[in-house]
Design a protein around this ligand. Sequence first.
Ligand SMILES: [Fe+2]
Ligand SMILES: [Fe+2]
Length: 284
Amino acid sequence: MSSETKSKITGLTSLPTIPVVITKLIGILKNENASINNLVEIIRHDQSITSRIVSIANSPFFGYPGRINSIEQAVLMLGFNLVKSISLSVSIFTMFPIPYIKLKKMWSHAFKVAALSELLSTKISGNNSGVCFLSGLLHDIGRAIFLCLNKINYPPESLENTLQLKSEELFEAEKSLFNCDHAEAGTWFLEELYFPKEIILPVSYHHNLESSALSGTPHRDVILALYLAEGLIEEFEPDSLNDGRFTDTHFTLFKESGFTEKDIERLRENFLLTIETAENFFEL
Ligand SMILES: [Fe+2]
Ligand SMILES: [Fe+2]
């Protein structure tokens, strides 16, 4: 671990550009008594987030294309949890000056893993689907952080070469550049923003999880769902730009969690329906 990299990453959270809206949205995330009105009150002051939420809500994925024209309507149709998760992720990702094409690819992968994690959660005890979706949207935030740090400190081609890598190879390449991997980077960043543990832990373990590590772990359900989702994405979409790899550990954990081959096949069908519009989902 490099304390120099860690301080660069945590330093990102005190940049003057960090939207106040992020801090306020995290407050909503932690407050069980927060109401829809509190949420709308925060988002409506940020024109760019509002317009993104509204355009996302109009995506065919949610079934109301072209019919949502205000944040109030979006909340009404999509629900409190979804709008909260999308607002947080949009505002965090857009903090980083990442080239549009890369940002779009990252969003697309983040959304697919989030959707898959949510689908998986229905069969995992705990069934915390909203948390699975949000941790899925943020799972690779460390990669966005690296792109941002890279722009400042490294020659542009150095990170470029890592974008096609997966899991262990990607971690190795990241460590040689930054002395840490994107799961660690994401963890530090989210900790610095005081995200709740149930969002941070799945991000920390999303490439690395032994089944023994799960016993007695708080938020086991969310950690497991995200880990399985990041692995399964390789099986479901081997050609797309994603960093997951399906390993023996995934196989074991699927079995231990009671998933049959039929369940996986059903998941694939649901997933394919889900991602039909994902490529255009986050038109930033
Ligand atoms: Fe990842
Ligand atoms: Fe990923």
